[in-house]
Design a protein around this ligand. Sequence first.
Ligand SMILES: NC(=O)c1ccc[n+]([C@@H]2O[C@H](COP(=O)([O-])OP(=O)(O)OC[C@H]3O[C@@H](n4cnc5c(N)ncnc54)[C@H](O)[C@@H]3O)[C@@H](O)[C@H]2O)c1
Ligand SMILES: [Zn+2]
Length: 348
Amino acid sequence: MSESSSLQIQGIASTYSYRIGDINTMLSEYLTEDMNLVIVVDENTNKHCLPKLDIPFSHLVVELPEGPEHKSLASCQYIWQQLAGQKYGRDSLFINLGGGQITDLGGFAASVFKRGCPFIHVPTTLLGAVDATIGGKTGIDFASIKNGIGIFADPKAVCFDPSFLETLQPDQVRDGKVEMIKHGLIHSEEHIQDVLSYDLATPPLGKVVLDSVNIKHHFVKKDMMDNGLRRCLNFGHTFGHAIESYFLAESNPISHGCAIAWGIQLELAYSALHYKQTVAGIEDAVDFLQSGFPPIPHFAFEELMHHMRDDKKNRAQKILGVVLSEIAEAHFDVEYEVGQIKKIWEDV
Ligand SMILES: NC(=O)c1ccc[n+]([C@@H]2O[C@H](COP(=O)([O-])OP(=O)(O)OC[C@H]3O[C@@H](n4cnc5c(N)ncnc54)[C@H](O)[C@@H]3O)[C@@H](O)[C@H]2O)c1
Ligand SMILES: [Zn+2]
């Protein structure tokens, strides 16, 4: 892959470009001097990424605090308050400059402000580039429910400049790799090896990033509204979101990548119990997930169940998740049985 590429992503109501290249070259195609431009950042992307943008006309920058607890209604309200009573109408363009937190939140804030403003995602984390900006899911956490409030909305474009990754901490690169490993587990064994063997902290990134984007797109385009096949992408997120929600409720939030690293390990164990045999060929992925993250935490099973039952993926009060019979063989909407969940949790 040259560090300048583009592919078309099937959205809900439109097709949009996912582009990799120099950020100013890419953005110049969408910006005009007479537009009302709003750039949503967090404190880190304001410091490390915004200075790389060359925007030769006045615009509004809205800075939010960083940290998972700020993917909240309060943050949305803060954005809307900055715009209210000003010139910002439905023709305003939002640029969401940040990781998955800012693209989820900024996408949601834009898509409901005055019944919907266009927005461009500019991912600045690996996780944002390979996962959060593809598929049209926007939203915020609410009452400790992960992504409890949100809406499907297509960006106008996704513009990813790999040089943004240069200022990430190693843990933030590691978090992005988790979702890429998940893409490999549900779709391609080869991709797992590519992710594990590639230095994803520094450009050039190679085709491995586009491979992950393509895998996510493969599932999303066949099921935009998440009614079936797309749910395979939730592998690791039944346990993962419950653990993430638990720590959010305890006012001790953890990163999404870390929660999903634990969730994947637990759901591989659940898959083994379900099929009465270990998924073959997962050793390297498990080794990465175990050695790269702290051990899976212990807290009361009742707490885990409380948060699992609150998951928006459930239906008819059943806990529905994904199991793997083998790599690239993911099965969605499988009922997770409480007794089996308890066994996995107690064996941790
Ligand atoms: N919409 C989706 O389909 C989807 C998919 C996966 C994850 N998500 C969401 O994505 C979020 C996690 O995203 P994330 O892992 O990117 O976390 P994040 O956005 O919180 O970023 C992680 C940290 O990196 C900092 N940061 C971002 N870019 C930086 C840069 N270039 N240099 C230095 N620091 C930088 C941020 O300020 C933050 O402290 C979660 O809220 C999760 O629910 C959404
Ligand atoms: Zn995720």
